[in-house]
Design a protein. Structure first.
Length: 567
């Protein structure tokens, strides 16, 4: 042998996720590259005096997981110790939220902001019983009279504040919400403390912007969590000036600078792809084009560790009190994240087409936020029109979320080599409540994995963290089972897919989205050694047990970043 391996794995289920989804029992890693895959005899010659030999004892070796839609800095800022955990099951009612804020107020000096993340009206007892009962500033005021409080919903489409925060924001009954937003008021016209969509900018403008150290700490926290979960790559879906007003600037341009510094200092323990965010939700095509043209991104980073893949555009979520753009109205509203929609907006269609056409002609990949069938059809057609006007090979544009893909949009996406990025853990989280908003038929259909794959669309999966926890194991189980989080109720069994198909969405097809499927995303000789080891045999496990199967080893570029085998 010219060079012995650094790592050799024996005695396991080596799930290669190659074209045949072949399964081996042994694998060798040399200088950060997979040097051999096969059986024990195939890798035995690679074992030398300095080789670490891992006896898998029947455990499963997988390609490193690629979470293809994860807000890394925002996730770190939204999780303890940097933020209160207000998600289910940490809280189950409004008094639980108030108690968490009360405890924080006892630790934090008077006048300093208290922030939290993850509240979901579907899992707050009072809201679930009565959709007209919404979270209010009055639920927080008694426990935080001297602290401004800002609590972000799990979806990111609403913020809940107390009276002290409203005072600092200068929001009262006379306040006019920014474009694309709503300040919720009570029967007397007074603000309730709920801010929807673009109105959240009011609280963002009042919060002190994140400092470099806070951003650094947030990303470090995220990287540590992802290493423990076996996630070796992720996409930051929007960093730039358009994110300066979101979560204290967690999606802002300075965050990209922090990523560059972490890479330079050897601390970036996952591969990161970035979509630029030149403008925010309610921008015009002219503003978008001007901001995109003005971008001047410095080079010099390792594109396999930190790469800018393209540009993010918002196609919906910008109309007051609407978070999805549908052909037909929702059937309900009230306390949930989903609200009424449905009107045709020819001006908005023209704006979306212009933004997509400009970014495509400039050579960028496009990831477009869409959460409704009307929006998805509009974007798919805009992709095809831009490609016809400016032919480009392999642009790999994709729709983000794609919750209500239509037969038309799937046909257009498949014919032109475009993709969709879906979020199975969001489906798992909202399945118990979405019927009340979109009706049983649409609720069962939401996130139609089976139809999309059968139509030939490339599908990648992501958590949309901090909207949901970035646990791919739950995502895989959800794609296979289509069961809900709270009740375990089956939602749309006809959209179930197989285990192999589900794993591809988190590995090789996510790598395709990154323009990287030729060098990562599967366990084949010559590809980078991004790996994760799952304790137990994933291929024979009951899908219900997959979320609890421990990740015991994570390797990025041949370097171990999480090791429970030696703990």
């Amino acid at each position: 042998m010219d060079a012995y391996a650094d790592l050799v794995f024996l005695g396991g289920r080596v799930v290669t996720v190659d074209a045949e989804f072949s399964v081996a029992s042994a694998l060798a890693v040399t200088d950060g590259i997979i040097s051999a895959v096969g059986e024990r005899d195939d890798v035995a010659p690679f074992v030398g005096p300095g080789t670490r030999v891992v006896d898998l004892r029947g455990a499963t070796l997988l390609p490193g997981i690629n979470d293809s839609h994860l807000h890394g800095c925002a996730f770190g800022m939204a999780t303890p110790p940097l933020s209160l955990d207000l998600g289910h099951p940490a809280v189950s009612c409004l008094s639980d939220v108030a108690e968490a804020v009360r405890e924080a107020a006892g630790r934090v000096p008077d006048g300093r902001w208290i922030t939290g993340h993850g509240w979901d009206p579907g899992y707050l007892h009072e809201c679930a019983l009565d959709p007209s009962r919404q979270p209010s500033r009055h639920d927080l005021d008694a426990v935080s009279p001297h602290h401004p409080v800002a609590l972000y919903s799990f979806s990111g489409h609403a913020t809940w504040v107390n009276s002290r925060a409203l005072e600092l924001m200068g929001v009262d009954r006379h306040t006019v919400a920014p474009p694309g937003g709503a300040v919720v008021v009570d029967e007397s016209g007074e603000p309730t403390g709920l801010l929807h969509e673009g109105a959240q900018a009011l609280v963002q403008n009042a919060l002190p912007p994140l400092g470099r150290q806070e951003r650094t700490d947030a990303i470090r926290s995220t990287l540590a969590t992802l290493a423990r979960l076996g996630v070796t790559s992720y996409t930051e879906p929007g960093l730039g000036p358009g994110g300066d007003g979101i979560m204290r600037g967690a999606l802002g341009a300075q965050t990209l600078d922090v990523y560059r510094r972490l890479l330079a200092d050897g601390e970036l323990t996952a591969r990161v792809g970035v979509l630029l965010l030149p403008t925010g939700m309610a921008s015009t095509a002219e503003e978008f084009a001007r901001a995109l043209t003005a971008r001047d991104e410095p080079g010099g980073t390792d594109p396999r560790r930190l790469a800018i893949h393209g540009v993010k555009v918002f196609a919906d979520g910008i109309v007051p009190n609407r978070t999805a753009w549908m052909h037909e109205p929702y059937v309900g509203g009230g306390c949930g994240a989903l609200c009424v929609g449905g009107e045709t907006d020819t001006e908005r269609v023209a704006e979306i087409n212009a933004m997509i056409r400009h970014a495509h002609a400039a050579g960028h990949q496009l990831g477009v936020h869409v959460t409704g069938d009307r929006a998805i059809d509009t974007v798919a057609d805009a992709f095809a029109a831009a490609l016809a006007e400016h032919p480009r090979p392999d642009a790999r544009h994709y729709v983000i979320h794609g919750d209500f893909l239509t037969a038309h949009s799937m046909k257009v996406l498949a014919e032109h080599g475009f993709g969709v990025n879906m979020n199975p853990t969001i489906k798992w989280t909202v399945a118990d409540m979405e019927e009340a908003f979109v009706g049983p038929g649409r609720a069962a259909y939401a996130w139609p994995y089976r139809d999309a794959l059968d139509a030939g669309v490339r599908v990648a999966s992501g958590s949309d963290a901090p909207v949901t926890h970035p646990d791919w194991r739950q995502g895989v189980a959800t794609m296979v089972l289509r069961e809900s989080k709270a009740a375990g109720r089956i939602s749309g069994p006809e959209q179930r897919i197989g285990l192999a198909e589900a794993l591809r969405t988190y590995t090789i097809d996510a790598a395709w989205q990154d323009f990287a499927d030729d060098w990562k995303g599967s366990l084949e000789p010559g590809k980078v050694a991004d790996l994760c080891v799952l304790d137990g045999d994933l291929l024979t496990a009951d899908p219900h047990d997959i979320p609890s199967m421990p990740v015991v080893l994570t390797v990025v570029d041949g370097q171990v970043v999480h090791d429970a085998l030696r703990d």
